[in-house]
Design a protein. Structure first.
Length: 97
C-alpha cells in the first residue's frame, strides 16, 4: 500500500489551544481513516510544520484523508498552507504525477 504524507504550515493557535495538542490531533484525525505510519513537528525557517504520514490504496483516497486532517487541524490553529505527497522510489512527489 502506498505511503502519503500531508504537510501543513501552522500559524496562530485558536484561543485556548495548547501548542502540544496540535500534532496529536492531526495524527488522530488521519488515524480515523487510515493507518498512520509517522507524525512529526519541525520548525523550518521559523515556521512550524506538521507532517503526518499514512497509508492509502490510491491518491484520491489519500487526498480525502489529507483534507480531513487539514480540516481538523484548522479547528485548532491556522493552517497557512498544506500539501500532499506520495512516496515513489525513495522520493516524495505530487500524488497525481
Amino acid at each position: 500500500m502506498p505511503s502519503f504524507r500531508v504537510t501543513m504550515s501552522i500559524g496562530a493557535l485558536r484561543p485556548g489551544i495548547a501548542p502540544g495538542a496540535i500534532l496529536p490531533a492531526a495524527a488522530s484525525a488521519a488515524r480515523e481513516l487510515a493507518i498512520v505510519e509517522a507524525s512529526d513537528l519541525a520548525v523550518v525557517a521559523g515556521e512550524a510544520r506538521i507532517t503526518v504520514r499514512f497509508a492509502a490504496d490510491e491518491a484520491e483516497i489519500a487526498e480525502q484523508i489529507a483534507d480531513h486532517v487539514v480540516a481538523v487541524t484548522g479547528q485548532l490553529a491556522t493552517v497557512a498552507r498544506w500539501q500532499i505527497t506520495k512516496r515513489v522510489k525513495g522520493a516524495w512527489l505530487p500524488p497525481f504525477a
